[in-house]
Design a protein around this ligand. Structure first.
Ligand code: AHR
Length: 492
């Protein structure tokens, strides 16, 4: 396959926030995940130092919290102050001790070195509760909430710039689900009050690819929004934890941009695409497994709805399928970096995340290494590249049918602060290596590869089959990449 691009033909400079992450009060993401005061790895704030180090290594740029469905009945004041109020979390039907709240979250972000991004309760919450949360976080001393923060030991404002109003309030599964008209009015009034507290906020609101929902939302509240939030999970495993195979997962890579392009088109049609950016603020190949909880019919016994969630922790489920899909997803975000400014892997710790915690340490799942390569070796200037003579591969679709896609998915980048080029080259084909011919001979190429012995390779407590390997070539005009692999190629 022949690669074409010209350094002067660019799509844009990608915002580092497209490599963002999400963490929710669900299963072991917070309690027993990043926050575990009883762990031997815990620091003075109860945060796991091994997890913090891993998050720093992939330079997490922004972390969305506290949900997700959890947030739609969450009241932030339960989670601040010397006395915390344990609440029954009606979204996930467990008790939340609220020992991890806003101040602990801000400390987490400071220790990682990332921007905080708070999603507010637009389910049972009100415009006043959301704007009070902004007071608590961002006002110096004015009013009771800022004074409460100071009394809690935080004299300086937390300076939270990024806020999202609501989470999936369009869905019947969401607590406080709303019709489009009701939603647009709530977002307008909430955004107005939040901006009255801090007019420098960057606000997003829950959206999807539905025209009616988005048109009403943008007409009513578009003047207050700098972002619109969408989500994507392709292998829907909420009820049935029968995962798509490697080849079925590759079929999904042909449908990553469907919703994104619809929202992008609507923003352009409304003349908003130069002012409002897209935050793809929850994404993962794998939907989370939580049977009989995201549904109208709720489970009765804990074996119906609670203990099955432990199946999210099975590390052998997370293979090169997750790695190659995630790399293809990040390629799509880069190619749309002129309107996509943020994306958040859902989640970062445990469940379907890239970091798995256990008493003795952490496991870096294959997706973690994809972020490592993209964040630390790809350029920030996205080139408008195209490929010729792509070798086609046909993949089966889960549930029937098939789709034919190019074996290689390629992204070309340059650097705004230095010379050089870097390519992301994903080989979807699990059966054969493929060769990418370069537009010109490179004096030197450094190739970083994420891969394992097979497409089903994974990492676990007692195995480390998926790793990053490095090789160098000189005077090369082509790169051959292994089957089922993710590669970042630095060209000099
Ligand atoms: O399956 C987890 C849920 O997925 C998140 O809480 C929600 O935002 C999305 O529907």
């Amino acid at each position: 396959m022949q690669l074409h691009f010209h350094k002067k033909r660019t799509i844009g400079v990608r915002d580092e926030m497209i490599y963002g992450h999400f963490i929710e009060h669900f299963h072991r993401q917070i309690y027993g995940g990043v926050y575990d005061p009883a762990s031997p790895f815990a620091d003075e704030d109860g945060l796991r130092t091994d997890v913090l180090e891993a998050m720093r290594k992939i330079r997490v740029p922004i972390l969305r919290w506290p949900g997700g469905c959890y947030v739609s009945a969450y009241h932030w004041q339960d989670g601040v102050g010397p006395v915390r109020t344990p609440r029954f979390d009606k979204a996930w039907r467990v008790e939340d001790p609220n020992t991890f709240g806003t101040d602990e979250y801000i400390k987490l972000c400071r220790k990682i070195g990332c921007r905080p991004y708070i999603c507010t309760n637009a389910g049972t919450g009100t415009a006043e509760e959301m704007s009070d949360w902004v007071e608590y976080c961002n006002l110096e001393t004015e009013g009771c909430h800022a004074k409460s923060r100071i009394a809690n030991g935080y004299p300086e404002p937390h300076q939270v710039k990024y806020w999202s109003i609501g989470n999936e309030n369009y869905g019947t599964w969401e607590i406080g689900a709303k019709e489009a008209e009701e939603w647009s009015r709530l977002v307008l009034e909430s955004a107005k009050m939040m901006h009255h507290v801090d007019p420098t906020l960057e606000l997003s609101a829950a959206a999807l690819s539905d025209l009616d929902w988005n048109i009403k939302l943008l007409r009513a509240a578009g003047n207050f929004l700098g972002w619109i939030s969408i989500h994507g999970y392709w292998d829907g495993l909420w009820q049935d934890n029968t995962l798509a195979s490697y080849r079925e997962s590759m079929a999904y890579t042909g449908a990553i941009d469907t919703n994104l392009l619809q929202v992008r088109g609507l923003l352009a049609a409304m003349g908003l695409d130069k002012r409002i950016r897209i935050a793809f603020d929850e994404w993962n190949l794998r939907g989370w497994h939580h049977p009989n909880a995201h549904t109208i019919q709720q489970g009765v016994t804990k074996d119906d709805y609670l203990t099955p969630r432990d199946k999210n922790d099975i590390n052998s489920q997370y293979t090169m399928a997750d790695a190659v899909f995630s790399a293809c997803f990040l390629n799509v975000m880069n190619r749309n970096c002129d309107i996509v400014g943020m994306a958040n892997f859902a989640p970062i710790v445990n469940t379907r995340g890239c970091i798995y915690t256990y008493d003795g340490g952490i496991v870096l799942r294959p997706t973690y290494h994809v972020f490592d390569l993209y964040v630390n070796h790809l350029g920030d200037v996205v080139l408008d590249s195209w490929c010729e003579d792509a070798e086609p591969v046909t993949f089966p679709k889960k549930g029937g049918g098939e789709v034919t896609l190019p074996a290689l998915d390629v992204l070309a980048t340059a650097f705004s602060d230095r010379d050089g080029l870097a390519l992301a080259v994903c080989n979807r084909d699990d059966a054969a290596p493929h060769t990418l011919r370069l537009p010109e001979t490179a004096k030197r190429a450094v190739i970083y590869t994420v891969n394992g012995p097979s497409c089903d390779s994974y990492n676990d407590v007692d195995r480390n089959d998926v790793v990053i390997t490095t090789r160098e070539l000189s005077d090369c005009d082509r790169i051959t990449v292994e089957p089922h692999s993710v590669n970042v190629v630095e060209l000099y």
